[in-house]
Design a protein around this ligand. Structure first.
Ligand SMILES: Cc1cc2nc3c(=O)[nH]c(=O)nc-3n(C[C@H](O)[C@H](O)[C@H](O)COP(=O)(O)OP(=O)(O)OC[C@H]3O[C@@H](n4cnc5c(N)ncnc54)[C@H](O)[C@@H]3O)c2cc1C
Ligand code: FES
Length: 276
Protein backbone atom coordinates (compact mmCIF):
# COMPACT_ATOMS: atom_id res chain seq x y z
CA UNK A 1 0.00 0.00 0.00
CA UNK A 2 1.16 3.58 -0.60
CA UNK A 3 2.27 5.64 2.47
CA UNK A 4 -1.07 7.47 2.60
CA UNK A 5 -3.73 4.78 3.25
CA UNK A 6 -6.37 6.89 1.44
CA UNK A 7 -4.30 7.34 -1.71
CA UNK A 8 -5.09 4.84 -4.49
CA UNK A 9 -2.35 3.61 -6.79
CA UNK A 10 -2.88 3.90 -10.53
CA UNK A 11 -3.69 0.59 -12.20
CA UNK A 12 -4.64 -0.53 -15.71
CA UNK A 13 -7.24 -3.11 -16.70
CA UNK A 14 -5.42 -5.66 -18.86
CA UNK A 15 -8.43 -7.96 -19.37
CA UNK A 16 -12.17 -7.67 -18.76
CA UNK A 17 -14.76 -10.33 -19.52
CA UNK A 18 -18.29 -11.35 -18.54
CA UNK A 19 -18.53 -14.06 -15.91
CA UNK A 20 -22.36 -14.16 -15.70
CA UNK A 21 -25.08 -11.76 -16.96
CA UNK A 22 -24.38 -9.38 -14.03
CA UNK A 23 -20.81 -10.24 -12.98
CA UNK A 24 -17.73 -9.09 -14.83
CA UNK A 25 -14.14 -10.12 -14.12
CA UNK A 26 -11.30 -7.59 -14.33
CA UNK A 27 -7.59 -8.34 -14.38
CA UNK A 28 -5.51 -5.34 -13.39
CA UNK A 29 -1.85 -4.44 -12.93
CA UNK A 30 -0.36 -1.47 -11.11
CA UNK A 31 1.08 1.03 -13.60
CA UNK A 32 4.26 1.31 -11.51
CA UNK A 33 6.03 -1.98 -12.30
CA UNK A 34 8.15 -1.81 -9.14
CA UNK A 35 5.02 -1.36 -7.01
CA UNK A 36 3.37 -4.29 -8.82
CA UNK A 37 6.39 -6.53 -8.12
CA UNK A 38 6.34 -5.41 -4.47
CA UNK A 39 2.56 -5.81 -4.03
CA UNK A 40 2.08 -8.32 -1.20
CA UNK A 41 -1.23 -9.68 -0.03
CA UNK A 42 -2.72 -12.77 1.58
CA UNK A 43 -5.70 -14.90 0.42
CA UNK A 44 -8.96 -13.33 1.61
CA UNK A 45 -7.75 -9.73 1.60
CA UNK A 46 -9.67 -7.06 -0.29
CA UNK A 47 -8.89 -3.82 -2.11
CA UNK A 48 -10.80 -0.67 -2.95
CA UNK A 49 -11.14 -0.17 -6.71
CA UNK A 50 -11.88 3.37 -7.82
CA UNK A 51 -13.47 4.66 -10.98
CA UNK A 52 -12.27 8.23 -11.44
CA UNK A 53 -15.06 10.78 -11.04
CA UNK A 54 -17.39 8.22 -9.46
CA UNK A 55 -15.88 6.76 -6.28
CA UNK A 56 -14.46 3.56 -4.87
CA UNK A 57 -15.80 0.25 -3.56
CA UNK A 58 -14.48 -2.86 -1.87
CA UNK A 59 -13.79 -6.09 -3.76
CA UNK A 60 -11.97 -9.25 -2.80
CA UNK A 61 -8.72 -9.95 -4.66
CA UNK A 62 -9.85 -13.24 -6.18
CA UNK A 63 -6.53 -14.31 -7.67
CA UNK A 64 -3.98 -15.85 -5.29
CA UNK A 65 -0.60 -14.36 -4.27
CA UNK A 66 1.01 -17.41 -5.93
CA UNK A 67 -0.08 -16.00 -9.34
CA UNK A 68 1.06 -12.38 -9.55
CA UNK A 69 0.83 -11.68 -13.32
CA UNK A 70 -2.23 -9.60 -12.43
CA UNK A 71 -4.74 -8.99 -9.62
CA UNK A 72 -8.21 -10.32 -10.40
CA UNK A 73 -11.53 -8.89 -9.24
CA UNK A 74 -15.01 -10.21 -10.07
CA UNK A 75 -17.64 -7.53 -9.73
CA UNK A 76 -21.43 -7.81 -9.53
CA UNK A 77 -23.32 -4.88 -11.04
CA UNK A 78 -25.54 -3.53 -8.26
CA UNK A 79 -25.25 0.28 -8.03
CA UNK A 80 -23.52 3.38 -9.36
CA UNK A 81 -19.88 2.42 -8.91
CA UNK A 82 -20.25 -1.14 -10.14
CA UNK A 83 -22.32 0.03 -13.16
CA UNK A 84 -19.49 2.41 -14.08
CA UNK A 85 -16.87 -0.32 -13.54
CA UNK A 86 -18.77 -2.61 -15.90
CA UNK A 87 -18.43 -0.03 -18.69
CA UNK A 88 -14.60 -0.12 -18.45
CA UNK A 89 -12.52 -2.23 -20.80
CA UNK A 90 -8.99 -3.37 -21.49
CA UNK A 91 -6.54 -0.43 -21.31
CA UNK A 92 -8.71 1.74 -19.05
CA UNK A 93 -7.24 3.09 -15.79
CA UNK A 94 -8.64 2.44 -12.32
CA UNK A 95 -7.41 3.30 -8.82
CA UNK A 96 -6.44 0.52 -6.43
CA UNK A 97 -6.14 0.95 -2.66
CA UNK A 98 -5.02 -2.04 -0.67
CA UNK A 99 -4.51 -4.73 0.33
CA UNK A 100 -6.97 -4.28 3.20
CA UNK A 101 -8.35 -6.48 5.95
CA UNK A 102 -7.32 -9.78 7.46
CA UNK A 103 -6.99 -13.08 5.60
CA UNK A 104 -7.71 -16.80 5.73
CA UNK A 105 -5.44 -18.51 8.24
CA UNK A 106 -4.09 -20.95 5.65
CA UNK A 107 -1.13 -21.82 7.87
CA UNK A 108 -3.44 -23.22 10.58
CA UNK A 109 -5.27 -25.19 7.85
CA UNK A 110 -2.13 -27.11 6.77
CA UNK A 111 -2.52 -30.87 7.05
CA UNK A 112 -6.32 -30.62 7.28
CA UNK A 113 -9.16 -31.57 4.96
CA UNK A 114 -10.73 -28.43 3.51
CA UNK A 115 -14.39 -28.15 2.57
CA UNK A 116 -15.26 -25.08 0.53
CA UNK A 117 -18.96 -24.22 0.47
CA UNK A 118 -19.92 -21.39 -1.85
CA UNK A 119 -22.90 -19.76 -3.50
CA UNK A 120 -22.91 -17.37 -6.45
CA UNK A 121 -20.21 -14.72 -6.28
CA UNK A 122 -19.29 -16.09 -2.85
CA UNK A 123 -16.94 -18.32 -4.83
CA UNK A 124 -14.65 -15.29 -5.42
CA UNK A 125 -12.84 -15.29 -2.04
CA UNK A 126 -12.94 -19.10 -1.95
CA UNK A 127 -11.27 -19.15 -5.38
CA UNK A 128 -8.29 -17.21 -4.00
CA UNK A 129 -7.76 -19.66 -1.16
CA UNK A 130 -8.52 -22.72 -3.30
CA UNK A 131 -5.99 -21.74 -5.99
CA UNK A 132 -3.44 -20.91 -3.28
CA UNK A 133 -3.95 -24.39 -1.80
CA UNK A 134 -3.79 -26.08 -5.21
CA UNK A 135 -0.48 -24.24 -5.77
CA UNK A 136 0.69 -25.71 -2.43
CA UNK A 137 -1.20 -28.99 -2.84
CA UNK A 138 0.99 -31.26 -0.62
CA UNK A 139 0.35 -29.01 2.39
CA UNK A 140 -3.36 -29.86 2.54
CA UNK A 141 -5.51 -32.97 2.94
CA UNK A 142 -8.64 -33.75 0.93
CA UNK A 143 -10.13 -30.71 -0.79
CA UNK A 144 -13.87 -30.59 -1.51
CA UNK A 145 -15.77 -27.79 -3.22
CA UNK A 146 -19.55 -27.63 -2.93
CA UNK A 147 -20.78 -24.78 -5.09
CA UNK A 148 -24.21 -23.65 -6.21
CA UNK A 149 -26.13 -20.94 -7.97
CA UNK A 150 -29.68 -20.10 -8.96
CA UNK A 151 -29.18 -21.37 -12.53
CA UNK A 152 -26.27 -22.61 -14.63
CA UNK A 153 -25.70 -19.14 -16.05
CA UNK A 154 -25.31 -17.72 -12.53
CA UNK A 155 -22.33 -19.98 -11.77
CA UNK A 156 -18.97 -18.12 -11.79
CA UNK A 157 -15.59 -19.35 -13.07
CA UNK A 158 -17.21 -22.09 -15.19
CA UNK A 159 -14.03 -23.09 -17.06
CA UNK A 160 -12.19 -23.53 -13.79
CA UNK A 161 -15.05 -25.53 -12.28
CA UNK A 162 -14.57 -27.99 -15.14
CA UNK A 163 -10.75 -28.03 -14.71
CA UNK A 164 -11.01 -28.56 -10.95
CA UNK A 165 -13.48 -31.43 -11.42
CA UNK A 166 -11.03 -33.09 -13.83
CA UNK A 167 -7.91 -32.67 -11.65
CA UNK A 168 -8.35 -35.88 -9.69
CA UNK A 169 -6.90 -34.40 -6.48
CA UNK A 170 -10.03 -32.60 -5.36
CA UNK A 171 -13.78 -33.24 -5.33
CA UNK A 172 -16.24 -30.83 -6.95
CA UNK A 173 -19.99 -30.99 -6.29
CA UNK A 174 -22.09 -28.51 -8.27
CA UNK A 175 -25.74 -27.72 -7.71
CA UNK A 176 -28.34 -25.29 -9.06
CA UNK A 177 -31.82 -24.39 -7.87
CA UNK A 178 -33.31 -24.36 -11.40
CA UNK A 179 -31.56 -26.77 -13.76
CA UNK A 180 -31.35 -26.30 -17.55
CA UNK A 181 -32.06 -29.18 -19.86
CA UNK A 182 -28.89 -31.27 -19.88
CA UNK A 183 -27.64 -30.21 -16.41
CA UNK A 184 -25.71 -33.28 -15.24
CA UNK A 185 -25.04 -32.30 -11.63
CA UNK A 186 -27.08 -31.82 -8.48
CA UNK A 187 -30.29 -29.86 -8.00
CA UNK A 188 -31.08 -28.05 -4.76
CA UNK A 189 -29.54 -25.65 -2.32
CA UNK A 190 -25.94 -25.89 -1.15
CA UNK A 191 -26.64 -26.62 2.58
CA UNK A 192 -28.83 -29.59 1.55
CA UNK A 193 -26.00 -30.99 -0.60
CA UNK A 194 -23.60 -30.57 2.30
CA UNK A 195 -25.92 -32.54 4.59
CA UNK A 196 -26.49 -35.19 1.90
CA UNK A 197 -22.76 -35.74 1.42
CA UNK A 198 -22.32 -36.16 5.19
CA UNK A 199 -18.88 -34.49 5.14
CA UNK A 200 -16.77 -35.54 8.15
CA UNK A 201 -15.58 -32.86 10.59
CA UNK A 202 -12.57 -34.97 11.61
CA UNK A 203 -9.38 -32.96 11.07
CA UNK A 204 -11.33 -30.65 8.75
CA UNK A 205 -12.03 -26.96 8.23
CA UNK A 206 -15.05 -25.62 6.33
CA UNK A 207 -14.74 -22.30 4.54
CA UNK A 208 -17.98 -20.74 3.35
CA UNK A 209 -19.07 -17.62 1.49
CA UNK A 210 -22.24 -16.67 -0.34
CA UNK A 211 -25.52 -14.85 0.23
CA UNK A 212 -26.23 -14.34 3.98
CA UNK A 213 -29.16 -16.80 3.95
CA UNK A 214 -26.94 -19.48 2.39
CA UNK A 215 -24.20 -18.87 4.96
CA UNK A 216 -26.71 -19.14 7.80
CA UNK A 217 -28.08 -22.52 6.63
CA UNK A 218 -24.61 -23.78 5.71
CA UNK A 219 -23.37 -23.07 9.23
CA UNK A 220 -26.41 -24.89 10.65
CA UNK A 221 -25.73 -27.89 8.38
CA UNK A 222 -22.05 -27.91 9.39
CA UNK A 223 -22.99 -27.80 13.07
CA UNK A 224 -25.34 -30.73 12.57
CA UNK A 225 -22.49 -32.65 10.94
CA UNK A 226 -20.45 -32.06 14.11
CA UNK A 227 -18.23 -29.14 13.02
CA UNK A 228 -17.13 -26.99 15.97
CA UNK A 229 -17.19 -23.17 15.84
CA UNK A 230 -13.41 -23.02 15.37
CA UNK A 231 -13.68 -25.29 12.31
CA UNK A 232 -16.06 -22.97 10.44
CA UNK A 233 -14.63 -19.95 8.64
CA UNK A 234 -16.54 -17.35 6.68
CA UNK A 235 -15.92 -14.00 5.04
CA UNK A 236 -18.39 -11.16 5.47
CA UNK A 237 -19.46 -8.15 3.45
CA UNK A 238 -20.21 -4.86 5.07
CA UNK A 239 -20.29 -1.45 3.45
CA UNK A 240 -16.84 0.11 3.86
CA UNK A 241 -15.53 3.62 3.45
CA UNK A 242 -12.04 4.22 4.84
CA UNK A 243 -11.06 0.53 4.85
CA UNK A 244 -8.51 1.14 7.60
CA UNK A 245 -10.49 1.16 10.85
CA UNK A 246 -10.97 4.91 11.19
CA UNK A 247 -14.47 5.89 9.99
CA UNK A 248 -16.59 3.37 11.92
CA UNK A 249 -18.69 2.61 8.81
CA UNK A 250 -18.28 -1.16 8.81
CA UNK A 251 -18.73 -2.24 12.40
CA UNK A 252 -20.54 -5.31 13.71
CA UNK A 253 -20.68 -4.72 17.45
CA UNK A 254 -17.15 -3.84 18.50
CA UNK A 255 -15.48 -5.37 15.43
CA UNK A 256 -14.67 -3.55 12.20
CA UNK A 257 -15.04 -5.74 9.11
CA UNK A 258 -12.30 -3.73 7.37
CA UNK A 259 -9.55 -4.52 9.88
CA UNK A 260 -10.83 -7.34 12.15
CA UNK A 261 -12.37 -9.06 9.09
CA UNK A 262 -13.60 -9.73 6.51
CA UNK A 263 -12.58 -13.29 7.52
CA UNK A 264 -14.10 -14.57 10.78
CA UNK A 265 -14.45 -17.97 12.41
CA UNK A 266 -17.88 -18.96 13.67
CA UNK A 267 -16.35 -18.81 17.18
CA UNK A 268 -15.58 -15.10 16.63
CA UNK A 269 -18.99 -14.39 15.10
CA UNK A 270 -20.84 -15.95 18.03
CA UNK A 271 -19.61 -13.13 20.27
CA UNK A 272 -21.02 -10.44 17.95
CA UNK A 273 -24.55 -9.05 17.45
CA UNK A 274 -26.43 -11.16 14.87
CA UNK A 275 -27.13 -8.29 12.45
CA UNK A 276 -26.00 -9.94 9.23
C1 LIG B 1 -15.15 -7.21 2.34
C2 LIG B 1 -15.98 -7.01 1.10
C3 LIG B 1 -15.70 -7.74 -0.04
C4 LIG B 1 -16.47 -7.55 -1.19
N1 LIG B 1 -16.15 -8.26 -2.31
C5 LIG B 1 -16.88 -8.09 -3.41
C6 LIG B 1 -16.52 -8.77 -4.61
O1 LIG B 1 -15.51 -9.48 -4.69
N2 LIG B 1 -17.30 -8.58 -5.71
C7 LIG B 1 -18.41 -7.75 -5.68
O2 LIG B 1 -19.08 -7.61 -6.69
N3 LIG B 1 -18.76 -7.11 -4.55
C8 LIG B 1 -18.02 -7.24 -3.44
N4 LIG B 1 -18.36 -6.54 -2.31
C9 LIG B 1 -19.56 -5.68 -2.34
C10 LIG B 1 -19.24 -4.37 -3.07
O3 LIG B 1 -18.34 -3.62 -2.27
C11 LIG B 1 -20.54 -3.58 -3.26
O4 LIG B 1 -21.40 -4.32 -4.09
C12 LIG B 1 -20.25 -2.25 -3.92
O5 LIG B 1 -19.67 -1.39 -2.96
C13 LIG B 1 -21.52 -1.62 -4.45
O6 LIG B 1 -21.21 -0.33 -4.91
P1 LIG B 1 -22.20 0.42 -5.88
O7 LIG B 1 -21.86 1.87 -5.85
O8 LIG B 1 -22.23 -0.22 -7.22
O9 LIG B 1 -23.59 0.18 -5.25
P2 LIG B 1 -24.40 1.11 -4.23
O10 LIG B 1 -25.10 2.15 -5.04
O11 LIG B 1 -23.51 1.56 -3.12
O12 LIG B 1 -25.42 0.05 -3.66
C14 LIG B 1 -26.30 -0.70 -4.52
C15 LIG B 1 -27.00 -1.77 -3.70
O13 LIG B 1 -26.05 -2.72 -3.18
C16 LIG B 1 -26.11 -2.75 -1.76
N5 LIG B 1 -24.73 -2.83 -1.25
C17 LIG B 1 -23.74 -1.95 -1.47
N6 LIG B 1 -22.62 -2.33 -0.83
C18 LIG B 1 -22.91 -3.49 -0.21
C19 LIG B 1 -22.18 -4.39 0.60
N7 LIG B 1 -20.92 -4.20 0.93
N8 LIG B 1 -22.81 -5.47 1.05
C20 LIG B 1 -24.08 -5.71 0.77
N9 LIG B 1 -24.84 -4.89 0.00
C21 LIG B 1 -24.26 -3.80 -0.48
C22 LIG B 1 -26.78 -1.45 -1.36
O14 LIG B 1 -27.45 -1.57 -0.12
C23 LIG B 1 -27.73 -1.23 -2.48
O15 LIG B 1 -28.90 -1.99 -2.33
C24 LIG B 1 -17.57 -6.65 -1.17
C25 LIG B 1 -17.83 -5.90 -0.03
C26 LIG B 1 -17.04 -6.06 1.09
C27 LIG B 1 -17.30 -5.21 2.29
S1 FES C 1 -14.51 1.09 6.65
FE1 FES C 1 -13.93 2.71 8.00
S2 FES C 1 -13.80 1.70 9.91
FE2 FES C 1 -14.14 0.08 8.51
Amino acid sequence: MSQNPYMPQLATIIEAFDETPDIKTFRVVLQDETAMRAFCFEPGQVAQLSVFGTGESTFVICSPPTRMEYLQFSVMRVGELTHRLHTLKEGDPVGLRGPLGNHFDYRAMRGKDIIFVGGGLGLAPLRTLLLFMLDNRPDYGKITLIYGGRTTEHLCFKDELREWAERGDMRVELTVDNPDKGWAHRVGVVPAVLAELGVSPENAVAVTCGPPIMIRFTIQALEQLGFKDEQIVTTLERRMKCGVGLCGRCNIGEKFVCVDGPVFTQAQLKGLPQEF
